[in-house]
Design a protein around this ligand. Structure first.
Ligand code: COA
Length: 176
């Protein structure tokens, strides 16, 4: 399979926060944002492999800023790294300044793992990925450690096997 660039999977979705999407403080309800992010990430994962994809894990979600009712929210997702059948997808969330310049500020992000599956739900191979930009390369490099952490937490990998993750915490010679 030929390698693809992350830009092939780039997906942009824009939403407006309506009253039904909010919590008691009239800010966007976290579960609604999670749903939008999952959708946006799933489309990016599908665009990378052109197969049915399922969410395997959500590795990191940070709600850094509240998003008020009426806000226009843009979600941007891209595959950052492809493994054998699984891929990591980043979702960046931006809020648009409605009164002034319309400038977009980043307010949240999430990192998902999707797996490509056949018609019976069995994992199938996906194309490799070749990062192009500096940010794509940084996210690609970190994806291996995040995958190891996710698999350890899911009970699918022993900590002793996670060499790259251990190297973050231990002197190089002890991490081997
Ligand atoms: C995700 C799923 C396909 C994995 O199937 P599985 O039989 O456990 O398959 P494997 O153990 O062979 O793993 C397949 C790939 O998933 C990855 N994976 C499995 N669990 C993972 C987890 N918790 N976090 C990150 N990656 C995971 C594996 O690392 C492997 O990746 P690789 O092939 O690139 O190395 C299966 O668990 C599933 O269908 N889950 C339900 C998905 C779903 O319905 N999502 C929506 C939730 S509402």
């Amino acid at each position: 399979m030929n390698a693809k660039n992350p830009s092939v999977s780039r997906t942009v979705m824009t939403e407006i926060v309506l009253p039904n999407d909010t919590n008691n403080l009239h800010n966007l309800f976290g579960g609604q944002l999670l749903s939008w992010m999952d959708r946006c990430a799933a489309i990016a994962a599908h665009r990378h492999c052109r197969r049915t994809v399922v969410t395997a894990s959500v590795n990191n979600v940070s709600f850094n800023e509240a998003i008020p009712q009426g806000a226009i929210v843009t979600l941007e997702s891209k595959v950052s790294r492809a493994f054998s059948t699984s891929m990591e997808v980043w979702v960046d969330v931006f809020m648009e300044d409605q009164r002034g310049s319309g400038k977009q500020t980043k307010c949240n992000e999430a990192i998902y793992t999707f797996v490509a599956v056949d018609d019976l739900g069995r994992p199938i191979p996906i194309p490799p990925i070749e990062p192009e930009t500096e940010e794509e390369q940084r996210r690609y490099d970190g994806a291996l450690r995040r995958r190891q952490l996710a698999l350890i937490l899911a009970g699918k990998m022993k900590p002793a096997e996670a060499h790259e993750l251990r190297a973050l915490f231990l002197p190089q010679e002890d991490a081997k």
